[in-house]
Design a protein around this ligand. Structure first.
Ligand code: 5GP
Ligand code: MN
Length: 341
């Protein structure tokens, strides 16, 4: 975090503040971990802090310290509005523009009187905060919360609660320290978190070894639906609403499925298309290897965005038309896909 941003934040937090912390819609491990980690830190500094998420989060995160106190906007609209109204400061974590919270929460935030602080690692940060700590090279927002504490000269205040939350966020956003965003500094921060009480083996078990049998069967369906386009170095998976319903789909069940498509030899670009009848959309996750930017691809064609190697978007066409369109777009990228590595 640069000096100017640090000074602005230090001034903002010089006396006890009412803080609301918000993550993006469909929060993942990094959104939840970074927000909870920051809330424990701010509380330890004498502030009040409430974490508010736009909608519910996956069960595999429902053991994290402090997760029971998260307010879900969708379930507690009036209460959430009051918290935002009363807040002196709103921290927005793990997203780059206010439309990422989805629905009417966006206008609630746009009309809030509080000062905003952004901590985020996505591309193209919007300009709404009095302090913007944005760094697209960072592995995760959770790693950034550690650097934020360090910039506040408080890194030695790491508690076990903070450490477990931040470790979980870093671990999930780096694919267990596999993605190219994982730097020597990421590992140094992870080491500090382990020293402060984050038990890597237990966190891994809680996140990755708590699958339901239905989720495993749904994975089988997804793998069966895998389509490989070798000429275009692309692989994609589809899941229909019926396939989800047949396996008692719960939020988070499809997390990581797209990585199986990317793991096929010779594939540099992977996508999963998931039908969502309730929202009348197809939700899409993109992953890539090397310099093929799925952030650009998602922005250009699917009103989405994210990072170079991990992004998301959506289509308002039905699943079949979405796939047909995807296949028709791909040849334009043949050179980029061939030369990605
Ligand atoms: P996932 O595919 O795991 O949902 O998301 C991958 C990355 O892309 C995450 O960093 C996520 O925040 C971002 N992302 C996912 N969906 C969208 C979207 O619809 N719009 C934007 N701007 N980013 C997205
Ligand atoms: Mn993240």
């Amino acid at each position: 975090m640069n000096n100017e941003t640090t000074q602005v934040v230090k001034k903002l937090l010089a006396s006890p503040q009412k803080v609301a912390i918000v993550g993006h819609k469909n929060p993942d491990g990094d959104a939840i971990g970074s927000c909870l980690g920051l809330s424990f830190f701010l509380k330890s500094q004498g502030h009040s802090a409430t974490v508010i998420m736009p909608n519910d989060f996956p069960d595999f995160l429902k053991w994290l310290p402090g997760c029971d106190e998260i307010v879900i906007y969708e379930k507690e609209v009036e209460n959430s509005k009051k918290i935002f109204e009363k807040a002196d400061i709103i921290f927005t974590l793990d997203f780059n523009s206010l439309d990422r919270v989805g629905g009417e929460l966006q206008s609630v935030l746009e009309n809030a009187a509080a000062k905003f602080v952004m901590i985020d690692h996505h591309q193209q940060p919007a300009d709404y905060a009095v302090a913007t700590y944005s760094d697209v090279k960072m592995s995760s927002t959770s790693e950034m919360v550690y650097h934020f504490m360090d910039a506040m000269d408080q890194a030695e205040k790491l508690s076990k609660e903070i450490a477990v939350n931040l470790y979980t966020g870093i671990m999930t956003d780096t694919g267990s320290f596999r993605f190219s965003s994982t730097t020597p500094t990421t590992h140094r921060v992870a080491a500090k978190l382990i020293e402060a009480g984050a038990q890597s083996a237990i966190i891994n078990q809680n996140v990755y070894d708590t699958n339901s049998s239905e989720r495993m069967k749904l994975l089988g369906v997804a793998l069966n639906n895998l389509v490989i386009l070798p000429e275009l170095h692309t692989a994609y998976i589809t899941l229909t609403q019926k396939e989800l319903d047949d396996h008692n789909f719960k939020k988070g069940d499809t997390e990581g499925f797209v990585n199986y498509a990317l793991s096929v030899k010779g594939i540099v670009f992977a996508a999963i298309f998931i039908e969502n009848k309730q929202e009348s959309i197809v939700k899409i996750s993109f992953r890539s290897k090397g310099n093929f930017s799925v952030n650009d691809f998602a922005r250009n064609h699917y009103s989405g965005g994210g990072h170079i190697n991990a992004a998301g978007g959506k289509s308002s066409q039905d699943l079949n038309n979405t796939i047909n369109e995807f296949i028709s777009i791909l040849p334009r990228y043949k050179n980029a896909l061939t030369n990605a590595l």
